[in-house]
Design a protein around this ligand. Structure first.
Ligand SMILES: [Zn+2]
Length: 294
C-alpha cells in the first residue's frame, strides 16, 4: 500500500485561525480583526493506492478559488489561495501516473472549499461524504457558513458515509472502507461537527490523514483548537483522541495544511517505518513526495 501527498496550491489564513484566541464567539471573530497572516501553507489531498482500488482523500482547491465571493466576510478578509490550473488534483495525479478515471473513491474529510475544490476532476469516482456534513454545507445556510455548494459539479451526488462500524480505538464512530479493513474512516468532530479523518493501517503502524482536525501536528499535540471550530469541548475531545491513538501505535500524522507533512511521510518511507509523531522532527531535504509503507 502506498500513500502520496498531492499538494494543490497554497493558502494563507490568519494566525488566530490556526490557534484560536480566547473562547466562544470572541474566538470565532478573532480572525476578522487579526492582521497576522500565516505563511503560505500547502493544501494537501492524499492518495492511497490499495488493492481494492485508488482512494483519494480530499480534492484540494481549484484555480477558480483565486477569485472568492466578496460578499462573504470570511472570504473577503480571512483567506487567500494561490494555485494554477496545472496544480489542481487532476493534473497532479496524472503526474503520479494515476488517471482521474482510476480513482475508485474520493472520501471528503469535510466540505470546506479547499477540500472539495477539485471534485470536477473525478466525475466517475464514487464520492463519499458524511450526511451531516452535506446537509450543513448545502443551500443558503451552507453558503452563509462559508461553504460554496454552488460550485459543486452539477452531477455531485455523494454517497452517504455513515460511520456505523462501531468505535475504533479512542474514536466513538468509524467505518471500514476496504474489504481488508485496513482503511478506516473515523469521526473527528470539531473543525466541523461531522468532520472525519482516514486511518490507513499498516500492520502495527498507521497513517492518520487528518483533514483539518488540526492545521498541523504541533497544535494537535498541544491540544490547541482552531479559530473556526463550532464546539470547543468537542474539538478538544477529538484532539485528545488523536493523541491517544498516536500513543497506542507508531503513527504518521498528515493534516491538510501542515508544511511538514511531506517530509514526515518521505522520512517514514525512507526508513521503511512510520515515525512516532511525538518524536518527529523534520530532517534534511527530500527526494520524493511519495511514501512506501509496506
Ligand atoms: Zn476546513
Amino acid at each position: 500500500m502506498r500513500v502520496h501527498v498531492v499538494e494543490t496550491g497554497r493558502v494563507q489564513i490568519k494566525a488566530s485561525q490556526i490557534v484560536g484566541q480566547g473562547h466562544g464567539l470572541r474566538r470565532r471573530l478573532a480572525p476578522f480583526s487579526d492582521t497576522e497572516w500565516s505563511d503560505w501553507l500547502p493544501v494537501n489531498a492524499y492518495l492511497i493506492e490499495h488493492r481494492d482500488g485508488v482512494i483519494l482523500v480530499d480534492t484540494g482547491v481549484s484555480a477558480g478559488l483565486k477569485r472568492l465571493p466578496r460578499w462573504h466576510p470570511y472570504f473577503r478578509w480571512c483567506v487567500r489561495f494561490d494555485i494554477e490550473p496545472e496544480e489542481e488534483a487532476g493534473p497532479q495525479l496524472r503526474a503520479l501516473g494515476v488517471a482521474s478515471a482510476d480513482v475508485r473513491r474520493v472520501v471528503l474529510t469535510h466540505l470546506h472549499i479547499d477540500h472539495d475544490g477539485g471534485l470536477g476532476h473525478f466525475p466517475n469516482s464514487e464520492i463519499l461524504v458524511s450526511p451531516g456534513e452535506l446537509q450543513r454545507a448545502s443551500g443558503l445556510a451552507g453558503r452563509l457558513r462559508g461553504f460554496l455548494p454552488e460550485r459543486w459539479p452539477k452531477a455531485f451526488d455523494p454517497k452517504p458515509l455513515v460511520l456505523d462500524s462501531g468505535p475504533y480505538g479512542p474514536f466513538a464512530r468509524s467505518k471500514r472502507l476496504t474489504a481488508d479493513g485496513a482503511i478506516v474512516a473515523v469521526a473527528t468532530p470539531g473543525h466541523t461537527p461531522d468532520h472525519l479523518s482516514i486511518i490507513v493501517e499498516d500492520g502495527e503502524k498507521a497513517v492518520f490523514i487528518a483533514g483539518d482536525a488540526s492545521y498541523n501536528e504541533a497544535t494537535m499535540l498541544a491540544g490547541a483548537i482552531d479559530g473556526v471550530s463550532d464546539d470547543e469541548s468537542q474539538a478538544t475531545t477529538t484532539l485528545a483522541a488523536i493523541r491517544a491513538f498516536a500513543a497506542s501505535r507508531p503513527t504518521i500524522y498528515l493534516p491538510a495544511h501542515d508544511p511538514d507533512a511531506v517530509r514526515r511521510l518521505a522520512r517514514a518511507a525512507a526508513s521503511r517505518e512510520i515515525a512516532d509523531p511525538c518524536l518527529a522532527t523534520p530532517v534534511g531535504a527530500i527526494a520524493t513526495e511519495s511514501g512506501l509503507l509496506s
